[in-house]
Design a binder for this molecule. Structure first.
Ligand code: SAH
Length: 254
């Protein structure tokens, strides 16, 4: 008898942004392998489980991934309920496929439980639809990040063709990304909304592709998504108008 391994989405960060199914599986788990970005309170839902931290924030290379795959297979042979807890949704930039394939190869049953991905948590918090009527009919989720042995990808093409783009694992290359998108024909005036730590102590930063190509971004501490497109134009204009508003407010108070 081997266990089923559940690849569970932990959501974007806030511990209550998780599905009931995920919470129940965590409660029932004998062992949980969790990613670095998962909130401690979410891991703590696994009351009776052995808790194993896997995965580094950056530079998770294939050796580490192979090791995780092996640990999942081993755990499935030893425990009844095995949970692999991943940030956001497992199926988006989460290396879920490597784990699904490794488990299938070992003849171990695997089920995926979806979670709320960072782009959707950020959009909820902003109150700005990714597909605002009249401005956007398409969304691209992309990352400039490629693993060590992978072919380079044309991530920029998807962002040029989509009305709204969301870039994951991109904030520390912001300047190069902006330069590349502009060189490929995206307008330098395209609004960019950066959301850091969506659903937690989030911070946002508004700029344009042109400004980002020049100045990069302010230092960020948490994970961040770069969102770009016309849907952020109104927010950008409101933010640019901000420096005058405190004076106005003071005058009004007098
Ligand atoms: N599977 C995850 C993504 C993993 S890749 C998901 O569906 O969200 C890790 C990247 O996700 C980070 O580099 C960052 O771009 C993004 N990310 C994760 N959590 C985030 C958060 N709370 N706020 C903003 N971006 C986040």
């Amino acid at each position: 008898m081997t266990a089923t391994v559940y690849l569970v989405g932990a959501g974007p960060g806030a511990p209550d942004l998780i599905t009931l199914r995920a919470a129940r599986l965590l409660e029932a788990a004998d062992i949980v392998f969790y990613d670095a970005l998962v909130h401690a309170d979410t891991v703590a839902l696994a009351k009776n489980a052995e808790k194993v931290a896997v995965g580094k924030r950056y530079g998770k290379h294939s050796a580490a991934q192979l090791f995780i795959n092996k640990r999942l297979v081993d755990a499935a042979r030893k425990y009844k309920t095995v949970v692999r807890l991943k940030g956001g949704d497992p199926m988006l930039f989460g290396r879920a496929q490597e784990e699904i394939d490794a488990l299938a190869e070992a003849g171990i049953a695997c089920e995926v439980v979806p979670g709320i991905t960072a782009a959707l948590a950020a959009s909820a918090e902003l109150g700005i639809s990714l597909t605002r009527r009249g401005l956007s009919r398409s969304v691209a989720f992309a990352t400039p990040r490629v693993g060590r042995e992978e072919q380079p990808s044309d991530w920029a093409a998807s962002l040029i063709n989509a009305d709204t783009g969301v870039l994951y694992m991109a904030a520390h290359e912001a300047r190069e990304i902006a330069a590349q998108l502009i060189a490929r024909g995206k307008s330098a005036g395209t609004p960019v909304m950066v959301v850091e730590n969506a659903s937690l102590q989030s911070r946002r930063h508004l700029t344009t592709l042109g400004a980002m190509a020049h100045e990069g971004l302010p230092a960020l501490e948490g994970p961040a998504v770069l969102m770009l497109g016309e849907v952020y134009r109104a927010a950008l204009e409101a933010a640019t108008a901000l420096p005058q508003s405190p004076r106005k407010a003071n005058n009004a108070a007098k």
